[in-house]
Design a protein around this ligand. Structure first.
Ligand code: BGC
Length: 812
């Protein structure tokens, strides 16, 4: 096979330009004359979503059956990169058998706020855990010869106005929190593809961000694959190409290719830049071709069993007073909650797929011969309080020895495109729990949903198991946990705060202008905030119970003094001191006790999951290197370790430390400058135990430039990036909205449920007008949209002229 460079050398300028955007909604352009067919890239991440009729990226149109693994929020709790590798391998083999070359996953954005509607697709609030788990999945997918995609690069931490919002994040937080997971997954997984996110970072669209794509990703980290845009994320194609974006997705049906062609001719893009992009793309086409296998198949049953194992390994036992669980299947048990019949097992949006099988708890119980009776308690797709149903449920519970209540977040409470407004479960579910708990002291709550919820009822029930979104085999896995056939071994990959107001982004998630998000909490994300501010939490990061108990013993550090370029070897022993086999996730945190700059009270720097039989002990070894002790010093523009003492904390969660040691680390750069004015930023050094707020001056001191956000009451001039929300009062805006609504009504009846409809409405309102091109599959050209924008700006002559040219081009 010819090399990419040789192939590109033989291509014309037009051919090279045409590689820079998709062939259609899901395909990258091929190079026919070199025998390289176009290739398919599709969602992801927790299974393959290959649409069969029509195309969309919001999960509306039908897709081929594929295995629906638990979503990332769930599998993250396994703390087991090997499991993620197995899942990745299975998804890779499904891609292979369906002729898909690139899977659009894993999703790796940090859970900055529990309100992000898409948290179910993401891994953790912690970058180290995110990096390790994503790397496992990437290795698995790519072991099948299928490309994996790290997405969404980067700081895409909320859904509202996601295509036009600007994440204002200080360089240190960007490096330590938002980039680190990607960096680790790149080093350990070597993905073929990175997807540039919709949003801007510090004023520049990710797809046009030279710093992020070229300086960080390629030059600093050595990424050699391709960067594709998120679907519809590209604003200015020439700026994007110059900044390092390779492929714009989906297709713009030739329009942007022509722009690139003209750009090279007019010297706005160097041909060499285009050549390098083309070589990277051709390289991927070659890999895809070499790995394709028309005869590939997979076994649905085997993958279903793997989905069950994934769920079992990930469910988290949050509470288990008086060892109520496991339940005795011979005792009478009331099963309550419509979700036991109509499970919530995946999230809404582009990741939503059509499972090969789908279990529900009631059927599974029947199959296993449990002695159960059932009352729905509520209707699964509604959040109305239904008194009769609640009464029926509590009467049933009163007559049984135990009650298991299946509740959580209904589908419409969280979705891609739509952030949550609060952290509450429906009132109907809360009332149900409380009434059942009153009727039966042995009440277990089984939670479903993709993100933390407040639990005002927590002291009224004895046990809680968090099933998150368990995938297609989640029901049988949950039964194994409930009856003790399996021992729970998942641990939370995010903190459960008591209430939303405890989260550090409470005052800053949507603040002043919904399109400008100030990350004022800086590095204090998740437990980094709660633990530093000594906030009471409902369940801490890393928490998860087992039916057995473990002891942590014999901590040994390889030295008590070291240089920052040396490595510290940490050894300890973990022992199963209970009477059941089980798995424990041992976590290693590092605390800088002598820091000059503000730092989180502790940070995760290692973990391992081990299986232990009763009485069995294993010695674990963790290696801590420079980065385990470093923070990002913005004055050096590099990682830096200060001389001083560091505590090594070994725990079962971020709030349950079992062993503690200390090491002195000597800096190789003892004279490094302090990166910000300590006095002005002193609020970051003394977090208060109250809803987090930080002054403009303090944020400015660490951000480095002025930051105040004011909302423009009226948009002065419309652009291609104006949203329907901006334009809704203009005549043109109204006309477009009418047309868009009419088109969306043409969706096949019955396919849009309430959650989807809400997500779609939000998308229409909050997307920039340029995305009409994608929404119409190229029917409405970018030039036409430009003409409409001119009309909205009352530039009538210019607008009509542009529309005429656009119409002529379309006709030709
Ligand atoms: C999502 C991506 C997804 C793409 C294609 C976008 O809206 O943000 O995660 O891969 O659509 O469906």
């Amino acid at each position: 096979m010819e090399k990419a460079k040789e192939i590109v050398n033989r291509m014309t300028l037009k051919e090279k330009a045409s590689l820079c955007s998709g062939q259609d909604f899901w395909r990258l352009q091929g190079v026919e004359k070199a025998g390289l067919p176009s290739i398919m890239a599709t969602d992801g991440p927790h299974g393959l979503r290959k649409t069969i009729k029509g195309t969309d990226h919001i999960g509306v149109t039908a897709s081929l059956p594929s295995t629906c693994f638990p979503t990332s929020v769930t599998t993250a709790c396994s703390w087991d990169p090997h499991l993620l590798e197995e899942i990745g391998k299975a998804i890779g083999s499904e891609c292979k058998s369906e002729g898909v070359s690139i899977l659009l996953g894993p999703g790796m954005n940090i859970k900055r706020s529990p309100l992000c509607g898409r948290n179910f697709e993401y891994i953790s609030e912690d970058p180290y855990l995110t990096g390790k788990m994503a790397a496992g999945m990437i290795r698995g997918i790519q072991s099948m010869g299928i490309g994996a995609t790290m997405k969404h690069f980067v700081a895409n931490n909320k859904e509202g106005f996601r295509l036009v919002s600007d994440s204002i994040v200080d360089q240190r937080a960007l490096q330590e929190i938002y980039l680190t997971g990607f960096e680790m997954a790149l080093n350990e997984g070597q993905p073929w593809v990175v997807m540039a996110a919709y949003n801007k970072v510090n004023g520049t669209y990710c797809c046009e961000n030279r710093y992020l794509m070229t300086e960080v990703l390629r030059e600093k980290w050595g990424f050699s694959g391709i960067i594709v845009s998120d679907w519809g994320a590209t604003d200015h194609r020439i700026r994007a190409l110059n900044a390092g974006l390779d492929v714009e997705m989906p297709s713009t049906y030739g329009e942007q290719d022509r722009r690139i062609y003209r750009g090279v001719k007019k010297g706005r893009v160097l041909e060499n830049t285009l050549n390098e992009t083309a070589e990277r793309i051709v390289d991927i086409l070659i890999k895809a071709k070499n790995n394709a296998d028309e005869n590939a198949t997979y076994d649905k049953e085997t993958h279903h069993r793997l989905a069950r194992k994934a769920a079992r390994e990930s469910y988290v036992l949050l509470k288990n007073d008086e060892d109520l669980l496991p339940l005795d299947t011979g005792r009478s048990t009331a099963i309550i909650g419509d979700m036991a019949k109509n499970p919530r097992y995946q999230g809404l949006g582009s990741s939503m797929l059509h499972p090969t099988f789908l279990e529900n708890t009631l059927d599974e119980m029947e199959k296993q011969g449990w002695n159960v009776s059932f009352a729905p308690g509520y209707t699964w797709n509604s959040d109305e309080v239904e008194e009769e149903k609640i009464k029926e449920a509590s009467t049933l519970a009163a007559g049984c020895e135990a009650a298991v209540v299946f509740v959580g977040l209904p589908e419409k409470y969280e979705a891609e495109n739509l952030d949550r407004k609060h952290m509450k479960m429906p009132a109907s579910h809360q009332r149900l729990i409380q009434e059942v708990a009153k009727a039966n002291p042995n009440t277990v709550v089984v939670l479903a949903g993709g993100a933390p919820v407040e639990m005002p009822w927590i002291n009224e029930v004895k046990a809680v198991v968090n099933g998150y979104l368990g995938g297609q085999a989640g029901a049988s896995a949950m039964l194994e946990i409930l009856c003790g056939k399996a021992n729970p071994c998942g641990k939370l990959a995010e903190t459960y705060p008591v209430a939303l107001k405890d989260n550090p982004t409470y005052n800053y998630f949507v603040c002043i202008d919904p399109k400008i998000v100030q990350y004022r909490e800086s590095v204090y994300v998740g437990y980094r905030f709660y633990d530093t501010a000594s906030k009471e939490v409902l369940f801490p990061f890393g928490h998860g119970l087992s039916y057995t108990k473990f002891s942590y013993e014999n901590l040994r550090l390889s030295c008590d003094k070291m240089k920052d370029n040396e490595r510290l070897v940490v050894r300890m022993t973990v022992r199963n001191i209970g009477d059941r086999p089980g798995k424990e996730v041992v976590q290693v945190y590092v605390r800088d006790t002598d820091t000059t700059v503000f730092r989180p009270e502790k940070e995760l720097k290692g973990f391992e999951k081990v299986h232990l039989d009763p009485g069995e002990a294993k010695e674990l070894e963790f290696v801590l290197d420079f980065r385990a002790f470093a923070y990002y010093n913005t004055a050096l523009d590099n990682w830096h370790v200060e001389s001083g003492f560091f505590e090594i904390l070994i725990g079962a969660s971020s709030r349950d430390m079992r062993l503690q040691g200390r090491v002195y680390v000597e800096s190789s750069e003892p004279d490094a400058p302090v990166p910000y004015d300590l006095e002005t930023a002193s609020e970051y050094h003394h977090l208060k135990n109250e809803p987090f707020r930080v002054s403009d001056a303090a944020f400015q001191a660490i951000y480095g430039s002025p930051v105040s956000a004011t909302k423009k009451e009226k948009v002065e001039e419309f652009t291609l990036n104006s949203t329907m929300d901006d334009m809704q009062h203009t005549l043109i805006g109204k006309a477009i909205l009418w047309k868009v609504k009419r088109e969306s009504l043409k969706m096949p009846e019955g396919e849009l449920n309430e959650g989807m409809q809400n997500a779609l409405d939000a998308m229409v309102k909050e997307s920039p007008i340029r995305t009409l091109n994608m929404a119409s599959k190229g029917d409405v050209s970018l030039l036409t949209i430009r003409g409409l924008v001119q009309l909205a700006n009352k530039e009538y002559l210019e607008g009509l002229r542009t529309l005429l040219i656009a119409a002529r081009r379309k006709r030709d």
